[in-house]
Design a protein around this ligand. Structure first.
Ligand code: HEC
Length: 120
């Protein structure tokens, strides 16, 4: 029952957000369906450079351990603006700042797996 599984995972993610690293976030988290899109995007698009397990490739590892000493704002800014002069592209055409921050929060907490795949 993939749909039920996806719903469960979404609920888990939403519950988790309330207890994550970024208690200070004043704005709301992205909607659950958008969160799933963002998780998918990170796993697939970011994974093409940072490794399918986010353990590093062309780009450095994005695991919780690797990012442990990185401030949230800096990780979020790297995602949103990219790193000029390096292959790290800006994602502002694909995301708003809150979504970049949400991804940064999730990376710092240990990035979630994609929800069970629904049929295409
Ligand atoms: C075209 C390859 C490429 C893609 C795609 C890419 N990155 Fe990167 N990323 C890099 C490289 C290379 C660096 C290292 C930049 C440097 O030398 O400072 C980097 C650095 C980073 C850093 C900083 C890590 C640190 O240790 O400070 C973060 C965070 C990051 N990327 C997140 C993402 C996220 C999230 C995505 C997807 C939305 C993404 N990247 C997509 C290549 C990529």
């Amino acid at each position: 029952m993939p749909r039920a599984a996806a719903l469960l995972t979404t609920t888990a993610l939403v519950a988790w957000c309330g207890h994550g690293v970024a208690g200070e976030a004043a704005t709301a988290d992205p909607a659950p369906a958008r969160q799933q899109q963002l998780v998918r995007m990170v796993r697939q698009d970011c994974g093409s450079c940072h490794g399918m397990r986010l353990t590093g490739g062309l780009g450095p590892a994005l695991t919780r351990e690797a990012l442990a000493d990185r401030p949230l704002v800096s990780v979020a800014a790297t995602i949103f603006h990219g790193r000029p002069g390096t292959p790290m592209p800006p994602w502002r055409a694909m995301l708003n700042e809150r979504e970049a921050e949400w991804i940064a929060q999730r990376l710092l907490a240990g990035f979630p797996e994609e929800a069970a795949k629904a049929s295409p």
